[in-house]
Design a protein around this ligand. Structure first.
Ligand SMILES: *[C@@H]1O[C@H](CO)[C@@H](O)[C@H](O)[C@H]1NC(C)=O
Ligand SMILES: *[C@@H]1O[C@H](CO)[C@@H](O)[C@H](O)[C@H]1NC(C)=O
Ligand SMILES: *[C@@H]1O[C@H](CO)[C@@H](O)[C@H](O)[C@H]1NC(C)=O
Ligand SMILES: *[C@@H]1O[C@H](CO)[C@@H](O)[C@H](O)[C@H]1NC(C)=O
Length: 479
């Protein structure tokens, strides 16, 4: 993929003030001889004029190429398009016919059942002038437990097999006009031997590629994976089990640097970072419990990366370059009180400038889901564009297409948004998602349609919150 300089100046984080409000605020100083009432009227008129004249274009996104705009892209022709992304030509794995056997730790295992690959959860974002997609493709197979040395056997009938949910990730270039993938390359930056859960059910491979546009640094991917085995040389369950406390966790890796090449002096631009949030969840007392850390929503504020790790309450954590994450803010999220289950994260939170939304203030927009028995509902939410990043509004369920899962047919209503991005030229929102873990889709929504899903008149307000670290919070606000 050609490397493209990323031009989101100032970025999807922080300095989103429009020229309009600055001009209006500065004006009064130069007109001291008129009355305050006149002054305010004048300021208002100027602000209104500036706002009206301002095109709905973010200062931090490069304008699309002439090629696209003369061609009228599909999403501009149909502003509410919900398109299937067709990987049949772009990705060689699409034609994968299945496995006869699979090699595992140097041994061949006969495959007794196989379906897939299914291309499912897809992220699509704009990086500079290019669209880039990352897709998760899954296949499902079964092997005998006895094929793996020392794998725990089950005493129950019909449990002689291991059910594998195996994932690969691919990164693809995307045609700007059709939003279809052009050419994909498999991507797996892991250099460790992943652990076993030893429960007759195993995930394998990197999962759920979230693309993070990090202004000034580059395009990153956050993915989930099993960590390393405790002892990669050994075969007993005590050796093959996961190097704790997690059985599954999040990793961060640079895909394309902002500059022509990665800055070797920058610890964020070197290799895979294993994200560890030790306070994330209470440690289970049952040593066989599989502790999984997933579904964080990344966002960039003033050039730094943060994650929403939980949503109710809203817990914001800050990763360090060594992967350790610390909690920096925690606020209550009354807006989620009507959900029947705890919301979990989906996509990067993107800064929506006031000039894009027509609202009085900038805010972040992102997506969470609530799931009951693998029946998913997804919701947009709005979050303050400044610490403590309170979530102050939640939408009705998003109108995306739910579908049946290919492996577990009882899961009839599955959908999972993986990315969210703004198209400022056309005032649209672009959502990459997987429908039923088997169909990658991209949905375009005009901003008014997104706004219409929110309750009226929910603007950000104050309220109680507590900082984990008051000094850090104060420093952030001063920054
Ligand atoms: C626009 O896209 C939506 C969703 O994909 C579809 O239902 C609708 O028929 C399309 N409209 C036109 C005019 O193509
Ligand atoms: C990681 O970096 C942070 C910040 O520099 C530091 O406080 C922490 O102790 C480091 N953690 C480890 C495990 O080295
Ligand atoms: C929760 O549901 C009740 C009853 O349907 C409704 O009146 C209220 O506005 C809802 N609250 C939120 C925060 O959506
Ligand atoms: C989920 O499914 C199980 C088994 O089918 C059922 O017992 C349970 O009541 C369901 N839970 C909810 C909240 O619907």
């Amino acid at each position: 993929m050609a490397q493209e300089k990323e031009r989101r100046k100032g970025g999807a984080g922080g300095n989103g003030r429009t020229g309009g409000s600055c001009a209006a605020a500065r004006h009064p100083g130069s007109t001291r001889h008129i009355s305050w009432a006149q002054l305010w009227l004048l300021a208002l008129v100027i602000a209104a004029a500036v706002l009206a004249a301002a095109p709905p274009v973010l200062a931090d996104v490069a304008v699309l190429s002439d090629k696209v705009l003369t061609q009228l892209p599909i999403w501009a022709r149909n502003r509410t398009a919900d398109i299937v992304m067709d990987f049949s030509k772009a990705d060689p794995d699409f034609k994968f016919k299945g496995l006869g056997s699979i090699s595992y730790r140097g041994k061949e295992m006969k495959v007794r059942y196989h379906i897939g690959y299914y291309h499912g959860n897809v992220a699509i974002v704009r990086f500079g002038t290019k669209f880039i997609a990352a897709v998760r493709k899954m296949h499902f197979y079964k092997t005998l437990r006895t094929d793996i040395d020392n794998y725990p056997l089950s005493t129950k009938p019909n449990e002689g097999e291991i059910s594998w949910w195996a994932t690969k990730l691919a990164v693809c270039s995307v045609d700007e006009a059709t939003l279809q993938p052009q050419a994909c390359q498999n991507f797996d930056p892991r250099n460790w031997q992943e652990c076993l859960w030893n429960k007759g059910f195993e995930g394998t491979g990197p999962e759920d590629p979230r693309l993070i546009v990090w202004p000034g640094k580059g395009l990153y991917m956050m993915f989930g994976s099993k960590p390393s085995a405790v002892n990669p040389e050994g075969t007993t369950p005590d050796d093959t089990k996961c190097e704790g406390p997690w059985a599954f966790q999040q990793y961060l890796v640079l895909l394309q640097p902002h500059a022509d090449k990665a800055d070797a002096g920058d610890p964020w631009q070197r290799g895979v970072i294993r994200l560890r949030y030790l306070d994330g969840q209470p440690r289970p007392s049952d040593p066989n419990f599989l502790l999984k850390e997933k579904n964080w929503n990344p966002f960039i504020f003033k050039g730094k990366l943060y994650f929403s790790q939980q949503f109710d309450p809203h817990v914001v954590i800050e990763p360090h370059a060594n992967g350790t994450c610390t909690r920096v803010f925690e606020t209550s999220s009354r807006v989620f009180r009507n959900l029947t289950t705890k919301p979990r994260g989906n996509t990067q939170a993107v800064l929506v400038p006031a000039g894009f939304s027509g609202e009085p203030r900038d805010f972040y927009l992102s997506i969470v889901h609530a799931e009951i028995n693998r029946s998913y509902q997804n919701f947009f939410y709005k979050m303050q564009a400044h610490p403590p990043f309170r979530i102050f509004s939640v939408s009705r369920a998003m109108p995306i297409i739910n579908a049946q899962h290919p492996r577990n047919l009882a899961w009839t209503s599955v959908s999972f948004p993986m990315s969210l991005d703004l198209i400022p030229e056309t005032n649209q929102v672009m959502i990459g998602y997987g429908s039923g873990d088997k169909t990658p889709r991209v949905k375009m929504m005009p901003w008014q349609d997104v706004q219409a899903l929110f309750p009226k008149n929910t603007h950000e307000t104050g309220g109680a919150w507590r900082y984990r670290d008051r000094r850090r919070a104060a420093a952030l606000r001063r920054a």
